[in-house]
Design a protein around this ligand. Structure first.
Ligand code: GLU
Length: 507
């Protein structure tokens, strides 16, 4: 790598929810920047006014903040290479487009939508079923290549709507070395004359990405592989405007695959898993698409599972903290094939992180989940003990509510049907004695309670196994939960005894 300061960018268009693939692009940018003591930039690519969606930009920042992948330079974070929103950079693109025209690499095109449509119909043949604006058709259209200088000047001076198109060279091979795919080559004859400046005075992505990557001194550009077919246009623009030596190194990231090919928003809805980082509500339709955050994923798990979706460190290790990822990340170990997203595996990562982190790390989120179910928790000390106790059983944060509500509010129902078939007078007497013993015991802790319980069982010639399930149902309401004497310890003397008495009255 050259000794130039590493500068990378994530360049989303604010058009909707932030998809898994987008967050993975952010992550790889971030890891690469941090690994190389570089700078991670977030550039908002909002030149397509027709696709602008209110709220989408703020949402992207929220997602990055949640995931702990904050940029160093952006609209919010500032920096010396702004503005970081393309719509605010509008004034500077035109001069580059004009330069391309002056040098013979681009041209004005005045064709109306109707004329373009007519070309698509007239030029359609069996060999060319969907004709494009390219080296075959450009000579039949109204542009500065076919019109006289005077005509063009007149059209421009009368503000006739027009676009600027690149003039793709014929039979040239454009190649570059992609950091993931190696050498990639394209025949320029197969690429159409893409629009560079639109009639509304905005650049298209093709021009803006090159100009901005140059002005922001981007050294490495990571983007989705869907952009690979456009790369010859970008390479040529680099060559024509700034020279290939100034060009960043490209890395086209492979797709993330769902159960049926490319992972889509619809897959999420269909199979019940999130596809966006955070909940996204389409402002037009009101449609809500669930996010990983709201589904109950920890950010540590989220970035871990995304990191290994298409990358590994060369060993079998799967669990990585962010600091480790920064240390170990290398582009050479990104796979060039698509990576399949497996929701069960994603939950496994979350489970591992739930177990690994101290419960106090995610206690605020869990507390909120309890509140949403009407359980207000004031004793945080108790909550943290409970969370530690049940975390082994939780894959997603809402599982805590299911696993631990009974610690904070008495169950609405008790599964007495599970006790009744084997219930008898001996067991009733046993529990009556337990109540008396528990009332008198001075030491309220799990080992002490277990010891007393087993002793009384032995004295009554009852196998502890026969009375443990009833005790669990009395305290929990059902057949689940951690070690039953740990539960009793946390519930406390009064509540434990009250629940035993209550269920005894139901039997
Ligand atoms: N605005 C493009 C997108 O939304 C960015 C592609 C790039 O990173 O160059 O996908």
């Amino acid at each position: 790598m050259s000794d130039k300061k590493v500068r990378v960018r994530f360049a989303p268009s604010p058009t909707g929810g932030l998809h898994l693939g987008g967050v993975r692009t952010v992550l790889y940018n971030y890891l690469f920047a941090k690994h190389n003591n570089g700078v991670f930039i977030l550039r908002i690519e909002d030149t397509d006014q027709s696709r602008f969606v209110p709220g989408a930009e703020a949402y992207i920042f929220d997602c990055l903040k949640w995931a702990g992948l904050e940029p160093d330079e952006s609209v919010i974070h500032g920096g010396n290479y702004g503005p970081y929103r393309q719509s605010e950079r509008k004034a500077q693109y035109r001069q580059y487009a004009e330069k391309l025209i002056a040098d013979g690499y681009a041209y004005y095109a005045f064709d109306s939508p109707e004329e373009l449509e007519k070309m698509r119909i007239d030029c359609k043949t069996d060999q060319n079923p969907s004709p494009q604006y390219d080296r075959f058709t450009r000579s039949k259209m109204r542009n500065s290549l076919t019109l006289s200088f005077e005509e063009v000047s007149k059209l421009l001076s009368t503000d006739t709507p027009h676009v600027i198109r690149i003039k793709m060279p014929e039979n040239e091979v454009v190649s570059f070395t992609d950091m993931i795919r190696g050498e990639v080559s394209f025949d320029t004859s197969l690429v159409d004359d893409k629009v560079l400046m639109k009639a509304d005075g905005m650049p298209t992505y093709h021009l803006a990405v090159v100009v901005d990557d140059y002005l922001m001194q981007i050294t490495h550009a990571f983007r989705g592989e869907e952009w690979l077919p456009s790369s010859p246009v970008h390479i040529l623009l680099w060559k024509y405007l700034f020279g290939l030596n100034a060009m960043p190194q490209w890395a086209h990231l492979p797709l993330i695959l769902g159960p049926n090919g490319k992972l889509s928003k619809r897959d999420g809805a269909k199979y019940g898993f999130p596809v966006f980082a955070m909940n996204w509500t389409d402002p037009k339709t009101g449609e809500l698409t669930e996010g990983f955050k709201e589904k109950g994923f920890l950010k540590e798990a989220f970035i871990n599972l995304l990191a290994v979706l298409g990358w590994n460190d060369g060993t079998e290790q799967e669990i990585f903290a962010k600091e480790q990822l920064i240390e170990k990340f290398s582009i050479e170990r990104i796979h060039s094939g698509g990576a399949r997203f497996d929701y069960e595996k994603a939950k496994w990562f979350n489970h591992e992180w739930i177990k690994k982190l101290p419960a106090t790390d995610y206690m605020p989120e869990v507390k909120q989940l309890f509140e949403q179910k009407g359980i207000v928790i004031t004793d945080e000390n108790k909550l943290s003990k409970v969370l530690e106790l049940v975390k082994e059983r939780c894959h997603l944060l809402p599982d805590f509510v299911q696993q631990a509500s009974f610690f904070f509010s008495r169950p609405d129902s008790f599964d007495t049907d599970a006790i009744k078939p084997k219930w008898n007078e001996a067991k009733r007497l046993f529990f009556a004695e337990i109540v008396r013993n528990f009332e008198l015991t001075g030491l309220w802790n799990a080992p002490e309670l277990e010891h007393n319980f087993k002793e009384i069982a032995a004295a009554n010639q009852i196998k502890p196994g026969e009375v443990l399930l009833p005790l669990r149902i009395m305290l929990v309401g059902g057949k689940f939960g951690p070690h039953v004497f740990d539960i009793a310890q946390i519930l406390g003397k009064e509540e434990t005894i009250a629940r035993i008495k209550l269920v005894l009255s139901l039997l």
